[in-house]
Design a protein around this ligand. Structure first.
Ligand code: ADP
Ligand code: ZN
Ligand code: ZN
Length: 701
């Protein structure tokens, strides 16, 4: 949120009136700030200002960049033209967005309770000049296509047929009373399909073939992949298949590189766009298909305002533009699972591994008897795997050396000065670090509170595992991949490349080694400590833990039928861990959905969360109390209010955090209450307090 950077305008710009004729001398501009309104300006002297371009305009005492969304002949009704200020400078030579983008931004602003300009800013690459980016060369198309299996063929046929029947919302309105095709959700009218298949069952090949069919039919395709490693892997495959018809939009590119690709797509020079979350906004016309690979992945939800979910935007675009929404995963989200059960999403199953592998044997092992972080069983399997000349992946979702510092005499815990979280010991740097704000300090020699020497860091991170593995297996080549070792651009790709080439025996790391990677040489996967996510106070903790274990396990035995997975835990009786080890996906979701339903959590309800933050604890408390008091009378009858309460991370980077949560059966009425709440709160807002809305939050930390 950029609101903090903008000082209050002493001489407020003039709010724009309703849009009217175009072609004239006045423009309406929206900004990347939480403002609902558009503001009017006179066009610049050269007359370059036009809808779709970005421009620098005076706002209060300064010039800021805005998005021109409309143009008019006459000044807005009721305003003297003398009071209207002029555009200073137009940024773009040709428009970078159009009415469709503006319409989508308007919808996003309403849905995600943000400003229209904030929505546009999330959509449009931030580059000022369009840079060239040679993502894919036109030559060297190597269509190394395998013969589809019977299951793949059946799925492809079903998917292609559904895509052929999908119609834009405008064309659908006439069919009101008519029978709807079964696989269309009543609420949105979106045609949705799901490729549900174990890891390694050939989902990617089906996605690629479906994309080919859509392109052959003269339509276009968006192909979404999770952030980080998978983006590059899939982008490469797509580049080989589709050559210069493909474009990439990912966060590893500079703003101007992304803008260059965006403009290429806008000009119709690319028919398929691959990328993470934000690629869902790709300005394609004649959209026929949106693919969401690894649909369950957390990176599809934005961590900043507007906190949009790519799946939600994809549903909106599919419905409006008559495209098919095709998702896929071995571990669908609970939301998708329920929609499949309800028949709103049509499911296609892929049940077998296609390149010689089998689902791995998964062995749960208790860590209770182990002093370090490697159980005897895990060490034995590492040894065996190395003897076979094969590779091991060790996964732990915690970087650093040791996790928390505690005094055994007085119970003191070393937490960050600016955040209410434990500091992590990073041995290589000799520092205790905060993973939220970067604060660091020297690890204390004795308890800072009582002076006891019986105090120290406990729990373990990737750095500690690296040390244990290296000393237990001095002959093996070990590499660590986590945020600390891959900070430099290209270093993760380097590590993964060397692992693939067999130059590394043991790859250990965080999520980075868990997501969708496909390494033929891997026999063994060790989940070093499966319980990390279970401790979080979040109703999705079980779902996340389950899906992570199944996904990591899926890296083993993709090409040989002897894959093995060791899952180490202190909570072997926990249902999420037990069912993940049994690969009992149906069983897990049946129980999990029963529990969600009983507790009234999504997908059986909808949530809107408001987070308050302030440097002053008193102000944060007061603002949360005001929000709650204002919210109560606005709630629809079937809705509830939770809070005000301190967030689980109550202090973050020096800001105190409080929240309230609105929960209701249906989003419509909940939404109306939330917008009214923001409007009323806006009138009482104190300086130095920031309120952020999160519609459909994925975590409550
Ligand atoms: P998923 O996306 O379901 O995890 P992948 O798409 O990575 O699985 O496929 C796993 C492996 O199977 C890949 O190496 C892929 O090339 C291969 N594969 C896919 N389809 C076929 C097929 N029809 N015949 C043989 N191999 C296939
Ligand atoms: Zn102490
Ligand atoms: Zn901190």
């Amino acid at each position: 949120m950029n609101a903090a950077r903008i000082s209050p305008a002493p001489e407020p710009p003039v709010p724009a009136a309703s849009p009217r004729a175009s072609g004239g001398a006045y423009v309406e501009v929206v900004f990347d700030i939480p403002l609902a309104a558009a503001y009017s300006y006179k066009t610049d002297e050269k007359g370059e200002a036009a809808p779709g371009k970005r421009a620098m305009v005076p706002f209060g005492k300064r010039d800021i960049m805005g998005y021109i969304v409309a143009k008019h002949d006459s000044p807005p009704a009721g305003l003297e033209s003398g009071k209207i200020r002029a555009v200073r400078r137009v940024v773009d030579r040709e428009p970078v967005f159009d009415e469709d983008n503006v319409a989508l931004a308007r919808w996003m602003a309403a849905y995600y309770l943000c400003g229209q300009g904030e929505a546009l800013a999330a959509m449009i690459p931030s580059g000022r000049r369009t840079g060239s980016f040679s993502s894919f060369s036109g030559e060297e198309l190597t269509p190394e296509k395998p013969e589809l299996s019977a299951e793949q063929r059946e799925a492809l046929e079903g998917i292609t047929a559904m895509a052929g029947q999908a119609v834009p919302a405008a064309a659908r309105s006439g069919e009101a009373g008519a029978a709807r095709p079964a696989a269309r959700s009543g609420e949105t009218g979106t045609a949705m399909a799901y490729l549900y298949g174990i890891t390694g069952s050939g989902k990617t090949e089906v996605f690629l073939r479906a994309a080919e069919k859509i392109l052959e039919a003269g339509k276009t395709v968006i192909y979404l992949v999770p952030e980080i490693s998978l983006t590059h892997q899939t982008a490469e495959v797509i580049g080989r298949r589709f050559g210069s018809a493909a474009a990439t939009l990912h966060s590893g590119m500079t703003g101007s590189e992304r803008l260059g690709e965006w403009m290429r797509v806008r000009r119709g020079e690319a028919g398929i766009v691959v990328g993470p979350r934000s690629a869902v906004f790709a300005p394609l016309k004649r959209l026929g298909l949106i693919i969401i690979d690894e649909e369950h992945d957390g990176s599809y939800k934005s961590g900043n305002t507007p906190r949009y979910h790519a799946r939600q935007i994809a549903m909106r675009r599919s419905s409006l533009e008559g495209a098919l929404l095709l998702m896929g995963s071995a571990t669908p989200s609970a939301e998708a699972w329920k929609l499949m059960n309800d028949g709103a999403i049509r499911r296609f199953n892929l049940s077998r591994r296609l390149s010689g592998g089998k689902p791995p044997e998964i062995v749960p092992v208790s860590l209770a008897e182990t002093s370090g972080c490697l159980s005897a069983e895990l060490k034995e399997e590492i040894r065996k795997t190395a003897q076979m000349g094969r590779q091991t992946i060790l996964f732990l979702n915690r970087r650093g050396f040791a996790y928390f510092y505690q005094c055994r005499s007085c119970g003191y815990e070393l937490t960050c000065k600016h955040c209410s979280v434990s500091l992590t010991y990073h041995k290589s740097r000799g520092r205790a670090l905060c993973h939220y704000c970067g604060y660091q300090t020297k690890p204390p020699a004795a308890c800072p509170k009582c002076g006891s020497l019986d105090a120290g860091f406990r729990g373990f991170g990737t750095e500690l595992i690296e040390e244990e593995v290296t000393s237990a297996f001095p002959g093996l080549r070990v590499r660590r991949a986590d945020a600390d070792t891959t900070a430099k651009k290209g270093s993760l790709a380097e590590i993964l490349g060397r692992f693939r080439a067999g130059e590394i025996d043991i790859l250990l790391g965080t999520q980075m080694v868990a997501k969708g990677l496909n390494f033929p040489g891997v026999r063994l996967v060790g989940v070093v400590f499966a319980d990390t996510g279970l401790q979080l106070p979040d109703f999705r903790a079980a779902e996340r833990t389950f899906s992570l274990i199944v996904q990591v396990a899926g890296r083993a035995g993709r090409y040989f039928p002897d894959g093995k997975v060791i899952v180490q835990s202190l909570r072997l009786s926990d249902p999420a861990i037990r069912k993940a080890c049994a690969l009992d996906i149906e069983g897990f979701f049946a129980a999990e959905l029963r529990q969600r339903s009983a507790q009234g959590f999504p997908p059986y309800s909808r949530l809107i969360r408001f987070t308050v933050r302030s440097r002053s604890e008193e102000k944060a408390d007061r603002a949360a109390a005001v929000l709650a008091a204002l919210a109560r009378p606005l709630l629809p009858p079937d809705a509830e209010l939770f809070g005000p309460a301190e967030c689980p991370v109550g202090l973050k980077a020096g800001s105190y955090r409080r929240h309230i949560l609105l929960r209701g059966k249906r989003m419509g009425p909940l939404h109306r209450a939330a917008s009214l709440l923001l409007e009323r709160y806006g009138r009482e807002k104190e300086a130095g307090v920031y309120v952020e809305a999160d519609v459909d939050p994925v975590d409550l930390l």
